[in-house]
Design a protein around this ligand. Structure first.
Ligand code: 6GU
Length: 223
């Protein structure tokens, strides 16, 4: 998979891909991330990427020209499956969307900023609009990193047995059950007895029940 990320703040997007699972995915050649600074596609002495909104109102709006120039150039080099705009007024990201996006070959992520982008970008260039939840971030960069992480970890070969996505929270519409590691007793706090028995059937039953209990408590809406 290849992911092109267009942003006015590329430095915000470097570190998420320089550690742990995402770094390993890149090193293994399972995903390629290219960051594009929108300012490189702006013209004039000031390399302007944003401007005041027509009709008045506070906040700057990203201009269509640099975005169009950048995306047109990318589209000449390969076909894109989705051109995604990260915005709090998009469709809320969930595990199902991450699963679907992980099946694609080439994605563009456009990070929103300030008051957003010129609507003509959304009407004519963007194919999907995604939010990562009902709260507002300063820009789409952290949301793009979240989206990329949720997709990349699903690519075949990225996770090994221990980190398998199959036992993730949400993958079977339940939250994940509690987990414990050594020591089996810490300051009087004991690990549930069943986990120490080696009885895999009993352990599986316990986990299923705990997943249900946790889901009922924390996320009754997904049951
Ligand atoms: Cl994608 N962008 C911004 N700026 N805020 C958000 C978001 C995106 N998703 C949730 N909040």
């Amino acid at each position: 998979m290849r992911i092109d990320i267009i942003t006015v703040l590329p430095e915000l997007l470097k570190s998420p891909f320089e550690a742990s699972i995402l770094k390993r995915a890149i090193d293994k050649g399972l995903v390629e991330i290219q960051l594009h600074n929108l300012r490189d596609y702006a013209t004039g002495n000031y390399k302007q990427v944003d401007d005041y909104q027509f009709g008045g109102g506070a906040g700057m709006v990203l201009m269509i020209a640099p975005i169009d120039k950048c995306i047109s150039q990318l589209k000449k080099e390969r076909a894109y499956d989705e051109i995604i705009y990260l915005t709090p007024d998009g469709e809320t990201l969930n595990q199902g969307m991450a699963n679907q996006l992980s099946l694609h070959q080439n994605l563009i992520l456009l990070c929103g900023h300030y008051k957003g982008v010129d609507q003509r970008v959304r009407d004519t260039i963007i194919t999907k609009e995604i939010s990562i939840g009902d709260y507002v971030l300063s820009g789409g960069e952290l949301a793009a990193a979240v989206l990329a992480d949720s997709v990349i970890r699903l690519l075949p070969g990225v996770l090994n047995d221990e980190t398998s996505a199959l036992t993730d929270t949400f993958q079977d519409n339940l939250l994940a059950p509690p987990v414990y590691t050594r020591p089996s007793e810490y300051m009087g706090m004991k690990v549930p007895e069943v986990l120490l028995t080696g009885n895999t059937k009993k352990i599986e039953e316990w986990r299923e029940n705990e997943a249900l209990v946790r889901t009922k408590k924390n996320r009754p809406d997904i049951l």
